[in-house]
Design a protein around this ligand. Structure first.
Ligand SMILES: NC(=O)c1ccc[n+]([C@@H]2O[C@H](COP(=O)([O-])OP(=O)(O)OC[C@H]3O[C@@H](n4cnc5c(N)ncnc54)[C@H](O)[C@@H]3O)[C@@H](O)[C@H]2O)c1
Length: 339
């Protein structure tokens, strides 16, 4: 029986990957998810099925297992890969750098080997604005100098360099490296979203848990930065906008060489902007605890997203109000899920 061309989604059970899976499937693409579930739960698949109205193909496995990846690429007639699988906690990467190099760098290397062996040479890679290090000017453009401040960022930088070398060696590869700014929010259905283990380190999951009464107060790491209200400014992007950016990139891959593209809104919002918006939109209170600056945090970071518009015809549609509303809907739904 002839099958339609598919896209392999590594890390597709995770926060961003599950939203990409939903957008791809709703647009008529055929995603196949490969995930070892080291930072996600199997239950997300049933919830994805409810959103999409059909079940998705899922393989539980590791991207470092070359034989498994080759078998998956061949059996499912995969034409392109969206590669999100990886570890992403900056603090953990400082404590366990080898685990990060192994999972992220070696994992990507093994994935690329398997793709090459199967003649699949189109890949969208999850990079990050972390590759801009401590920015000395804003907004951040793709041409700005690259550097990193921690092992997690270093893994992204090494992978970007590996991908550029690969394309230089063989122009049959089509590679798009998407540099995400700060993805937050959740699917409008409230059925999938970010579900970190333990105490969250990112702003929005922390805000959600304080709003739900699971945590007492939100620590604000520094209110004396040179920003309009003194708190750190970031470029928050709705995860569904991020997902549609991946779909546009995948659809354009065949016309690309090896390109890096920012996915952000171009707007900076401070910690207090996010907190006040969350309180207003959802009618909740977020008690704050002002703390000292955290080492390594930059005052402000936001994208110039114009290349994404020029190359992909993509720009964000959703506002900070949408991000805060959808994150809260997800928080309330996820509280009903249990372990
Ligand atoms: N969330 C962010 O703020 C952010 C920002 C920039 C870049 N990124 C990158 O985007 C990607 C996805 O991030 P996310 O927030 O969805 O994280 P996530 O942890 O929710 O998702 C990653 C998924 O990859 C899986 N995974 C990890 N290692 C694997 C392996 N070796 N084999 C198979 N599966 C594996 C995990 O089980 C998880 O489901 C990551 O590469 C991350 O570095 C995330």
């Amino acid at each position: 029986m002839k099958q339609s061309p598919t896209v392999l989604l590594t890390g597709g059970a995770g926060f961003i990957g599950s939203h990409i899976a939903a957008e791809l499937a709703l647009a008529g693409h055929e995603p196949v998810i490969l995930d070892n579930l080291c930072n996600s739960k199997i239950g997300v698949l049933d919830r994805l099925s409810s959103i999409i109205g059909r079940s998705l193909r899922f393989i539980q496995g590791d991207i470092r297992d070359v034989e498994l990846v080759k078998h998956t690429l061949a059996t499912h007639h995969v034409q392109s890969v969206i590669h999100l699988a990886g570890l992403k906690a900056v603090g953990d990467s400082v404590k366990e750098p080898l685990a990060y190099y192994d999972n992220n760098v070696v994992g990507t290397l093994r994935l690329l080997e398997a793709m090459h062996a199967c003649n699949v040479r189109s890949i969208v890679f999850s990079s990050s604005a972390t590759v801009y290090g401590n920015p000395d000017r804003l907004p951040l453009r793709e041409s700005h100098p690259l550097s990193t401040t921690n092992p997690y960022g270093q893994t992204k930088l090494v992978i970007e360099e590996m991908l550029r070398d690969l394309h230089r060696s063989d122009s049959r590869w089509h590679i798009c490296m998407l540099r995400y700014f700060n993805p937050i929010g959740a699917h409008a259905s409230g059925m999938i979203g970010e579900d970190p283990n333990g105490v969250p380190t990112n702003l929005m999951p922390f805000v959600q848990r304080v709003a739900a009464g699971e945590l007492k107060e939100l620590p604000v790491w520094g209110n004396d930065y040179d920003t309009p209200d003194g708190t750190g400014v970031r470029d928050y992007i709705h995860v569904v906008d991020l997902a549609t950016g991946h779909m546009r990139a995948m659809e354009k891959l065949e016309s690309m060489g090896c390109e890096a593209i920012n996915l952000g809104t171009g707007l900076g919002s401070s910690v207090l902007d996010v907190v006040r918006t969350f309180e207003r939109v959802n009618g909740v209170r977020i008690p704050l605890a002002i703390k000292a600056r955290r080492p390594g945090d930059v005052p402000a970071c936001y994208a110039d997203p114009s290349i994404a518009f020029e190359r992909l015809g993509w720009k964000t549609q959703r506002t900070l109000d949408d991000m805060c509303r959808d994150a809260w809907t997800w928080q309330q739904f996820s509280a009903t899920l249990g372990g």
